[in-house]
Design a protein around this ligand. Structure first.
Ligand code: S3P
Length: 176
């Protein structure tokens, strides 16, 4: 596994990791993998069900287990990760060793806009969406920044624009 040949996308729920990841992988002719999809396929159930039956800690354990299982085989891949993935120290290290880590940063307003009406994400249940996003973003932002090799601001940008910016920034980083 060549770390430089994989790209890992991290960021808050609704920051566009899956849509950007798919477009980026097509552009590079890379494989696209999504940690949530892989966990759902492996467990043969939805993330929502995993949370409601086993709880969040169990899901976090599945995330680490998944990273360990794909770690050595990732080759020319774009890996989109669940929003909580880099919060565990162990995951942060694994992600760093798997590829160039790109943080897709989005403002609270953009995130709220994208997530309103979402019923698939267990962590958004309960409080109002605004409070939930505000609190989670506050605690998570430092982890995303720490885990990132590069940070791309996504507010107001199209998927194509974001893909172009990632490629341009990674090329420059490669040269320096
Ligand atoms: C989570 C984000 C979700 C999913 C799960 C938990 C989180 O993925 O992994 O619902 O902790 O932020 P997305 O970021 O793809 O929505």
């Amino acid at each position: 596994m060549d770390r430089l040949k994989n790209i890992v996308l991290i960021g808050f729920m609704g920051s566009g990791k899956s849509s950007v990841g798919k477009a980026l992988s097509e552009q590079l002719n890379y494989q696209f993998k999504d940690t949530d999809d892989l966990i759902e396929a492996d467990q043969d159930t939805s993330i929502s069900n995993i949370f409601s039956i086993h709880g969040e800690e169990y899901f976090r354990h599945l995330e680490t287990k998944l990273l360990l299982s794909i770690h050595d085989t990732l080759d020319k891949a774009v890996l989109s990760t669940g929003g909580g993935m880099p919060i565990r120290e162990e995951n942060m290290k694994l992600l760093a060793s798997m590829g160039q880590v790109v943080y897709l940063k989005a403002s609270q307003a953009t995130i709220i806009d994208r997530l309103s009406g979402d019923t698939t994400r267990p962590l958004l249940k309960g409080e109002t969406l605004k409070e939930r996003v505000e609190n989670l973003l506050l605690t998570r932002a430092p982890y995303y920044e720490k885990a990132a090799d590069i940070i791309i601001n996504t507010d107001g940008k199209s998927v194509d624009d974001i893909v172009k910016e990632i490629l341009k920034t990674l090329k420059l980083a490669e040269q320096s």
